[in-house]
Design a protein around this ligand. Sequence first.
Ligand code: 9WN
Length: 443
Amino acid sequence: MGTMDERITDKLLSDAKHVLAVNDLGESTRPAPGLYPHQWFWDSCFIAVGLAHFDVPRAQQELRSLVKAQWKNGMIPHVIFSKNPEYHAGPDFWQSERNPNACPEPRTTAITQPPVLAEAVMRVASKLKGKERKEWLTEMYGPLMRYHEWIYSERDPYGEGLVFLIHSWESGLDNTPPWMDMIAGSKPLKVKMADAMYNLEAWLENRRKDTRQVPAEERIRTKELYTVYSIIERMRSMKYDISKVLESNVPLYVDLVFNSILIRANELLEAIATELGKPIPQKLHTSMGKTPGALRTLRSESGEFFGRDFRTHQFIRESAIGTFLPLYSGAITQEEADSLVKLMKNSYTYWLKYHPASAPKNSPYFTPRRYWQGPVWVNINWMLIQGLRRYGYQELAEELKQHTLGMVAQGGMYEYFSPLDGRGAGAHPFSWTASLTIDLLSE
Ligand code: 9WN
């Protein structure tokens, strides 16, 4: 796909800005009408990256409203609820206030999402100069640093350098195959027995709220959603106390996407600290220093990266798009990057007509329109474009950029796209598709 005609790019830009206006909730932006009426952590970071190109104060506001909901222990939650009650896992389901650290108002979930905040803060800063830039970085530095401290203190308790996640929603790739393997069969016995007696799955199938907004075949499977909900219920009964979760048998997964993004975020946090002349606290500095080397231990003999079970250190050998995110981290060697690029460019697996697919075509999970089990996602492509550039793949990065823009121009501002025919799927109009389109167009 070559560079696009100017008329098409102008239209794409104005459509994208329109989407952000439609989804504007005032102080934050919802990912999409209907299905996602609240504020999501990593969505807002991607949204701020786009907003920064044409409305810096609004981009700042987007990130301020995230930081306003930071928990007392430093966690920044994955969803910050607006007053809109219509969501399939709302505040009354979470009951996060059971945890003493919770932010009482606005109400939030009790888990986090990939730490893209440092990248968003820096993207906004790049539009500011002098005193304004310094004030912005100073304002964000404290919350950002506390957030990174929380990540390591709660999620890397033994100082191994890699952090674990307690829920697939924390990875942002809700039903990605390795996570689904990780949680399969993790329902407690009581639930399994009740399921056998009453067929809870069929009951949930009829009560699902998300599939009223988006076709069921484009969302997570009911059986998987059921397990995902039951893990939240179990953690809720532990008041989301991480020491109890650690002792329980709730699945704990060392996620590739999260750890790769964390490395990039740490690098940017260091850059902010240096610019402000405020050193990173020693403990955090030591933890941060271990992550790049530790990430490389997730490389298997085949050159593919896998996440692992936190407790057993066993790889979860299920291929999925996350395997390529170490490119974005910048922590791997050139040879390691080269072999990842080779894997990615395989036209039987990831590099389909529209690419890269979020699950390889030869995976038993592969379904072209189902969420994180096949479709192409703009935020992933955006991170991969940066990753490719870090390893000298300028041409391929440019090709992927034009390909992504072409896919959005043709398919519309959808949440994700079929890798087979590029048709849009999921929620519409979707904010990060719009904001990252703006960013790619504005480079
Ligand atoms: C649960 C909002 C979010 C994204 C996630 C995406 C999806 C939520 C859901 O939507 O997850 O967090 O209800 O399915 O998987 O990455 O942040 O856009």
